[in-house]
Design a protein around this ligand. Structure first.
Ligand SMILES: [Cu+2]
Length: 381
């Protein structure tokens, strides 16, 4: 009885003191963070409070690199356009005859492709160190393909190229950005992105077969609007600020959690970015950004039976069109990015970045990636 009483008194004393310590600790951290954020985000030499410092935002292709104060919201419209053309294997650009000698069953070759995304990015500060976000995306994919006909003597003749477009809502990324560490003196912070994407993008869209206009076939993998699976999108970002510059390092991933409704899982993606940004105008409203990016993309897991099992005239779609082959989707690339960020007088920002590959190594036969543009307008309120 006595022991029980002592224990319960001890326990309640302990928990009270722990609770107190915790409250004090939290208050201290939050004060620290508040003063840190105001120094970091507005900068000691801001010309006027109506302009925000341009380079607290990452280059335009990235997200998940900044937080908002509790109850502060941000809306952003972002447009991205990526082009692809040419055909390569590994790092080599191949001619059509080289491709046919290696893959005699192919009948359709992609010529060029354009992937456009219109994104509405909404962020809201929830707690001092947690910001929530959601990013509905409208996707427009356009591909030009060239069908080939056998001339009966083992030669393939090119037919006129055809263009296909597939557009609609893509997958839905959402999640939380959590500041796990920050240093007021050194003006650094670490953000964790606890992100997911819901498979809201259509993967069953149909088009007419390039070889037979009276036949309907499903779009090949790169033309689909979504991945078909729930994706985990964990990321981690480190940033460091000085009065004029910011430095960032980010690992952002996109990993299929399971094979989705289409019986396949789309590529897992790992993107490692390092960037440098500097304010370049006296009024502190212009900044440039320089970025280097390493991208690693896996092939698809599993296969869509419509593309890789079902035969049409003795061949599957995957045997006739490299874009329908799940083993021809991955690769590695190294990209450079150049951008500018401009703060406007209403507190909003315009952010533009152009990237281009300096090295790319694709799995199987794929189009080479050309330049990519991302431009956004964002405003916090
Ligand atoms: Cu934001």
């Amino acid at each position: 009885m006595f022991r029980k009483l002592t224990l319960s008194i001890l326990f309640s004393l302990l928990s009270t003191s722990v609770l107190y310590a915790e409250v004090e600790f939290l208050a201290e951290i939050q004060n620290g963070i508040a003063s840190f954020s105001s120094t970091v985000l507005d900068g000691p030499q801001s010309p006027s409070s109506k302009y925000s410092r341009p380079n607290t935002h990452a280059p335009a292709h990235l997200m998940g690199a900044h937080l908002h104060q509790p109850n502060e919201k941000m809306v952003e419209y972002k447009y991205m356009n990526m082009s692809m053309s040419g055909l390569q294997q590994g790092t080599d650009v191949l001619s059509v005859s080289e491709i046919f000698s290696q893959y005699p069953t192919l009948m359709v070759l992609p010529k060029k492709m354009n992937m456009e995304m219109h994104m509405m990015h909404y962020m809201v500060g929830w707690k001092e160190d947690i910001t929530l976000y959601v990013m509905p995306t409208w996707v427009v994919n356009t591909m030009e393909v060239t069908p080939y006909m056998d001339n009966g003597m083992g030669m393939k003749m090119a037919m006129p190229s055809q263009r296909r477009t597939n557009s609609g809502f893509g997958d839905l990324p959402f999640g939380a950005l959590w500041k796990i560490a920050s240093d007021k003196e050194k003006r650094t912070e670490w953000l964790l992105n606890i992100g997911l994407s819901a498979p809201t993008g259509d993967i069953d869209g149909k088009t007419t077969s390039p070889m037979n206009p009276s036949m309907e076939v499903e779009f090949p993998y790169p033309m689909r609007l979504g991945t078909g699976s729930w994706m985990a999108r964990p990321g981690i970002t480190y940033t460091k600020y000085t009065d004029d510059t910011s430095l960032g390092l980010q690992l952002q991933t996109n990993i299929a959690l399971s094979t989705g409704a289409g019986e396949y899982a789309a590529s897992d993606k790992y993107r490692l970015s390092g960037w440098f940004s500097k304010i370049i105008s006296d009024d502190r409203t212009w900044a440039y950004t320089l970025r280097i990016e390493g991208l690693w993309v896996s092939d698809y897991r599993g296969v869509d039976p419509q593309l890789e099992v079902m035969e049409m005239g003795g061949s599957t779609m995957a045997e006739m069109n490299p874009a329908a082959n799940g083993a021809f989707q991955g690769g590695r690339s190294l990209n450079f990015g150049y951008g500018i960020i401009k703060s406007l007088s209403d507190g909003s920002r315009v952010n533009l970045e152009i990237t281009h590959p300096v090295y790319q190594n694709v799995n199987g036969i794929q189009m080479g990636t050309g330049s990519s543009v991302a431009v956004s307008w964002s405003k916090a309120y």
